[in-house]
Design a binder for this molecule. Structure first.
Ligand SMILES: Cc1cc2nc3c(=O)[nH]c(=O)nc-3n(C[C@H](O)[C@H](O)[C@H](O)COP(=O)(O)OP(=O)(O)OC[C@H]3O[C@@H](n4cnc5c(N)ncnc54)[C@H](O)[C@@H]3O)c2cc1C
Length: 328
């Protein structure tokens, strides 16, 4: 079975992994010159199904709870299973109760427990919610490593405008994100920035609740912190606005004043592809399969979407049957 995947974001790469693992012959093409700059590249990398459940359907929790295991198995050593900490400034403490009422999978903790988990936040917050089962990864490292692994598994990659012209395959998989322009698909603009400082250490993503703009800070190696993200109903991919920089920096500063002295090393914008119900879809239309609508849950939900799409494409054929087809 020869499969052509259009799009090397998290949807396309996880699908390539599932298909190649089950013996299909896979080619991935992307209109970009490299794996960088798409929505997946800009993501926070949180695998946080219980936190997301606060504003999402139960489906997101049920489809996403196996994601950390999928990523750990595919790329050992990349998933950090340190949980998520959710805090609120004293004046917005009611937000913490509201958040807690809308989800599960956490325990309410006090100032002492906060300090034990995150010593650098000692004395800053009196209460928090701790989601111990959640995890995170560095999307950029993961995308690059996954591509490398796929190459070693025999998956072919082609980049640039010249690569996307149609070619022969038994099945095509459209994983083109917002560019797919499917009926009903809309863009939700997410702006983020990356700060660098050695004055703050965090072991896990910290979400700071605020009635207007809830923000999170995700620690990465090299003293880097991803601060995200805006949620704007727009597919305009232009540079981050001054207002968004102000709001994201204010939130980071509210979390820890040392972020005020951090280097602002990068700002970015990604367009999340979303359907009206904010749930992802795997669809079949003749010989074309589509995975789209991953919204704010690409790393969380792509593994399960890839599994579903692979079942649609390959059915339940054995690896030997697939190998035979690939060489016919
Ligand atoms: C700021 C921000 C933070 C986020 N944080 C998280 C998070 O913490 N956890 C989480 O799970 N999710 C998060 N998300 C959501 C996640 O990033 C998206 O759901 C996901 O990236 C969508 O992946 P995709 O592969 O569908 O699209 P993309 O990543 O956009 O990939 C689509 C690819 O298709 C290519 N393409 C387009 N047209 C063509 C064509 N004609 N031929 C070939 N290739 C084409 C594009 O170049 C692109 O590389 C975040 C998103 C943003 C913006």
């Amino acid at each position: 079975m020869k499969v052509l995947i259009r799009g090397a974001g998290v949807a396309g790469l996880t699908l390539a992994h599932e298909l190649a693992t089950r013996g299909a012959s896979v080619t991935v093409v992307d209109i970009r010159r490299q794996i960088a700059g798409n929505a997946s590249w800009q993501a926070g990398g949180m695998l946080a199904p219980w936190c997301e459940r606060e504003s999402a359907e139960e489906t997101v929790l049920s489809l996403g709870r196996g994601a950390a295991d999928w990523w750990s198995a595919a790329l050992p050593g990349h998933v950090m299973r340190n949980g998520t900490l959710v805090v609120a400034p004293a004046r917005d403490a009611g937000e913490l109760d509201r958040f807690g009422r809308r989800t599960s999978g956490y325990r309410a903790i006090d100032a002492e427990a906060i300090a034990a988990l995150e010593p650098d936040l000692e004395g800053s917050f009196t209460r928090a919610l701790f989601f111990a089962e959640e995890a995170h990864l560095d999307p950029r490292r993961v995308l690059l490593e996954l591509q490398q692994k796929l190459v070693e598994m025999g998956v072919r990659f082609e980049f640039g405008y010249g690569a996307v012209h149609s070619r022969s395959a038994d099945v095509e998989a459209d994983c083109t994100g917002i560019t797919g322009r499917l009926t009903g698909l809309r863009g939700v603009r997410g702006e983020m920035l990356i700060l660098k400082t050695s004055e703050v250490a965090l072991a896990r993503p910290v979400r700071l609740l605020h009635p207007r703009i809830p923000v999170y800070v995700v620690p990465r190696s090299g003293n880097l912190f991803m601060v995200g993200a805006t949620m704007i109903e727009s597919d305009a991919a232009g540079p981050i606005t001054a207002r968004s920089v102000l709001e994201l920096l204010n939130a980071a500063y509210a979390l820890h004043p040392a972020f005020g002295e951090a280097e602002l090393v990068e700002t970015g914008t990604g367009i999340r592809p979303a359907f009206a119900d904010n749930l992802p879809r795997v669809e079949r239309d003749g010989n074309t399969i589509r995975i789209n609508g991953l919204y704010r849950h690409g790393f969380l939900l792509a593994p399960e979407m890839a599994r579903q799409a692979t079942d649609m494409i390959l059915g339940h054929k054995t690896k030997k049957e697939l190998a035979h087809e690939a060489h016919r």
